[in-house]
Design a protein around this ligand. Structure first.
Ligand SMILES: [Mg+2]
Length: 264
């Protein structure tokens, strides 16, 4: 459902930096959503800044940049922040961590000079999205947390959108470890503080947050005190806008949003 955009809102969105989510906005499991790449380039051509902010900690930075290029987007390394980086920022250089996550997390931890260990004890257990998750992993993670390690989730998204169906998200994996550990986890990604601080460090002139999940992207927008633009190309469908912050703008996908803003 396209929506008329008030003049004052539109004027604000024609300046500054857009914080744009990736999964469900630019792509689904890496497969570009039609028109999204062109839409991002139209923003850049109009002089609008773009910062991609993803809760998906599984890919490496190079993989994420490669997917953006594959979507036809001109991008530089500083145009991207992930919950893997946010999780790493919560740990002091020189500390130790057990990482149960895809390759993006060990990369971010290594860049933070966090020592990745294979067995407890460790200062922290970091849970991120990965397709490998079994009883032994759960047992080891639980034991490390019960032994004193901090329990850090890269994010707590309950699901992960793909072109075919929803898959379990990091939040589902984190909940298993938290339950077994009887511990409330710390969470790094949107809308939590570590990710918000990374975003604010990269962009001081944020004008909107665009994302498919109101409970993460919408709440982040509210905390940044900027409008939230919901797109319905990911986990949220037209007839099921559930939880989180109600959107200021709502469009079918990124291309429709960008057209509405740029072409008024
Ligand atoms: Mg998303």
């Amino acid at each position: 459902m396209a929506q008329h955009i008030a003049r004052s809102v539109r004027d604000a969105l024609l300046r500054g930096t857009w914080v744009i989510d990736l999964d469900g906005v630019v792509w689904l499991a890496g497969v570009p959503i039609p028109g999204s790449g062109e839409a991002v380039n139209r923003l850049k051509d109009a002089g609008i800044g773009v910062l991609f902010a993803t809760n998906n900690a599984e890919p490496t930075r190079e993989e994420l940049l490669g997917r953006l290029v594959h979507a036809g987007i001109r991008v530089e390394v500083d145009d991207l922040v992930s919950s893997a980086q946010a999780a790493a920022a919560m740990l002091a250089p020189g500390s130790t961590a057990l990482a149960y996550a895809g390759p993006g997390v060990p990369q971010a931890l290594a860049e933070r000079a966090v020592d990745i260990v294979r067995e407890a004890p460790a200062d922290a257990v970091v849970i991120g999205w990965a397709r490998q998750f079994d009883f032994d992993l759960l047992s080891d993670a639980m034991a490390a947390v019960r032994g004193g390690a901090r329990l850090i989730g890269t994010n707590e998204d309950p699901t992960h959108p793909t072109p075919d169906r929803l898959l379990p998200g990091t939040g589902a994996l984190l909940a298993a470890v938290a339950t077994a550990s009887e511990r409330v986890p710390e969470v790094a990604g949107k809308p939590h503080r570590a990710m918000m601080e990374l975003i604010k460090a990269r962009a001081t002139d944020i004008s909107v947050v665009v994302g498919d999940r109101p409970t993460t992207d919408g709440v982040l927008a509210k905390q940044l005190d900027v409008p939230y633009a919901l797109v319905l190309s990911g986990v949220t469908s037209t007839d099921a806008v559930i939880g989180g912050s109600s959107p200021d703008l709502q469009h079918g996908n990124l291309a429709e949003l960008v057209t509405a803003v740029l072409d008024g």
